[in-house]
Design a binder for this molecule. Sequence first.
Ligand SMILES: C[S@@+](CC[C@H](N)C(=O)[O-])C[C@H]1O[C@@H](n2cnc3c(N)ncnc32)[C@H](O)[C@@H]1O
Length: 277
Amino acid sequence: MRALLQRYAPMLLINAFRNLRDTGQIAALPRQSFAADNLRPAGTLDLNTIFSSPGWQDDWLVDHAAVCDVFGEKNLAGGVNPGDRRAIYALIHSLKPQSLLEVGTHIGASMLYIARALKHGGGKVTTVDICDVNDPYTGAWRSSELPNSPAQMAEQLGCADRVAFVAQSSISYLKDTAETFDFIFLDGDHSARSVYEEVAAALPRLREGGVILLHDYYPQGRALFPDGNIIYGPFRAIDRVLKENPQINVLPLGELPWPTKQGSRKTSLALLTRKER
Ligand SMILES: C[S@@+](CC[C@H](N)C(=O)[O-])C[C@H]1O[C@@H](n2cnc3c(N)ncnc32)[C@H](O)[C@@H]1O
């Protein structure tokens, strides 16, 4: 019992603090409107079929090898884990969005797979980060000991013309831009406040039949991986969005057919769709 407490108490305390912070944050936010009409109807997405389909798997082998050549195979701090990158690749290869927005470029772990998957359908990605991710001194790629910046890696992968980098906060970008997107991936600041505001600002930028993909969504605010770590923000934010907007639906991706992290197949990816009328 004592050994168990010693091992898990710090994580329990950290989780308790985060839960309090995010619950307080979300309760204090003024209500926003959520324009859900363009979200893809939930019944038109069959994730089992997408993930088991042979349609993307041959391309995946080629593209994964190409990305590994420039990025390596490591699960670098702050980047989307390799199993989730594969799921994102499969979704994009299958849904073939023409215009995709990523919030949270960081070291480009997800962006590189997004860009290669988009090649097969002719789409483009705009990737937004509050930091200048390509800065030669302050870019996260430097401290992650990557040999090249995200822009350089996109170029090495033959995707430079497919990727636009924006250094701006997600909310101000979403409010300023006139662009619309078929697919929006939210992987920026995972606080409850930011995710609530990002989803409100992202929905009006969505094209008809579009989806929003969330990262770090922990269903019911419960741990997903053996380390017991819980990120509450996206769950708390979406919990409020769903209570206020019963037409919106969240679909946690659950378990993937391949490993994700810490010996698990679980994923914190979740899709926002629309309930059918
Ligand atoms: C978890 S990392 C994203 C990981 C990335 N998708 C990858 O696979 O390499 C989160 C990123 O979001 C950025 N970020 C944090 N708050 C933001 C905001 N308000 N607007 C835009 N980007 C933000 C951070 O600078 C950080 O680079």
